[in-house]
Design a protein around this ligand. Sequence first.
Ligand SMILES: Nc1ncnc2c1ncn2[C@@H]1O[C@H](COP(=O)(O)OP(=O)(O)OP(=O)(O)O)[C@@H](O)[C@H]1O
Ligand SMILES: [Mg+2]
Length: 228
Amino acid sequence: MAHLPFVKNFEQFDFSFQPSIDERQIRELRSLRFIHEASNVIFLGPPGVGKTHLSVALAEAAIRAGLGAYFITAHDLATDLGRAYREGRLDRRMRIYLAPKVLVIDEVGYLPLDDLGTTIFFQLVSARYERGSIILTSNKSYGEWGSIFGDPIIATAILDRLLHHSTTINIRGESYRLKDRRKAGLVPPREQERAAASHSLASASVAPKTRQKAALGSTASEAKEAHT
Ligand SMILES: Nc1ncnc2c1ncn2[C@@H]1O[C@H](COP(=O)(O)OP(=O)(O)OP(=O)(O)O)[C@@H](O)[C@H]1O
Ligand SMILES: [Mg+2]
């Protein structure tokens, strides 16, 4: 079981929307050579820029090529293995995350890990090092990883192993989710944004309503995402 959160492939990804992505790099990854070399792929960037989409697309390609892949968020991983540790079955449970050729660890950095979560994360990265690929997504740059793991020394040790054989895709740009909200008219078009900001005093009274609408739009599109 791959546990992919949604079905997304490369054909559904609009590269023109995200020009910071080097398509050559993506083409190389799609060859799946990195999996045969047990090398890692790290997608870094702000919310909504396609980190999970591209991770899922790579995992799907791996599965289609007959290579095992497993998807989990960093938070769920730490929760699951933390429970296994407390119940004295960490080694057995760890095998689930060591067996597949590709392990996708999504959303590293949104929620900080506690000491146990950090220790387990380190163990997992060490155990997969040069044996199996990790595809990881994070909203935090490497320099900020100390705050995820609560300890700069462990963060450095994790990064050392993770990055030794790896490709980092740094995505800078606007959220695709925001683009959908713009289309629905819930967020002003880009060119009007600056003008709106300069009239912030005049618009102060309507701002809360706009925000509320945008938030509703976000919830709706995210709910839709969850069901696609
Ligand atoms: N360039 C793109 N072309 C087509 N769809 C995209 C593109 N970028 C993102 N999407 C879509 O937008 C939604 C958000 O993308 P995704 O979940 O990959 O974001 P993310 O970078 O993982 O964000 P977060 O950090 O908030 O998890 C998804 O439905 C995804 O399929
Ligand atoms: Mg994501």
